[in-house]
Design a protein. Sequence first.
Length: 234
Amino acid sequence: MGSAIGHCMLLEENGKLALVDTGIGLAETKEPILKLGKELIEITGFKFDEGITAIKQIEKLGFGANQVRNCIVSHLDPDHIGGLADFPNMKIHVTKEEYDSFKSGNERYLPRQLNHNPEIKLYQTNDSEWFGLPARKIDLDFETEIYLIPLFGHTLGHCGITFRKNEKWIFYVGDAYYLRAEIDELNHPVDELATIRAVDNKLRKKSLNTVREIIKRHGNEIEYFGYHDPTEFK
C-alpha cells in the first residue's frame, strides 16, 4: 500500500467541537510496542509522531482536550480510536453492530483502548435516508445534521459519516476504500489487502460499490474522502 495516513476531522460549530475518528493516541506514540504490539506495527507500518496526534494538533489550534465533547467513530479498529483516551470527557458515537463486535473478543480490536470507560452512545436503527441510502442520525447538540451511513464489511459495523457544508455534502467513507483510485479501478492491487482485512469481504465489496454508485450519481453534490489516502489529505 505504500505510504498511508490517518485522516481525522475536527468539527466546530458555535464553539462546540466534535471529532470524527481520532487516529493513533498520545500514549501509543510514546510506548508503541507496549500499547499496540509489535505484530500490529509490523503489519500496518505505523509511524509514530507525537506532534501529529489529534490532541497535539487540536492544542495547536488553541483548544483543550476537555473542549472536545463528542467523537463520531467510523469503526473501532486500533488505528482509528487510539486517541480516544486523550479526551477524557468525550462521548463516543458508534453503531451497535460495531460495539458488539468489539466486545466479542475479535482479535483485530484492542479492548484496552476503551479502558478509560468513556460514555458511549450506540446507534442501531436506520432512522433516516441520505440519497436513498439507509442513514442513522447522530444525536449531537449541533445545528448541522450529521449521519452515520452503514458501509458494513470492513468490520461488522463500519460506517461512513456525512454532513452538509455550504452547498455540498462532506462524505467521509472511512475504510470503505483505502485509496481513492479504487473508485475507478475495479481490480486495484490494494484490493488484496482490503480483502485480507475485511470481516465480511462480500459485504465490503457491496459497500464499496455503494460508494461508487453514490459518487457516480451525485458526485457534483458530494465532497468525499477516505481515511488512508495521503493524496486526498493534500
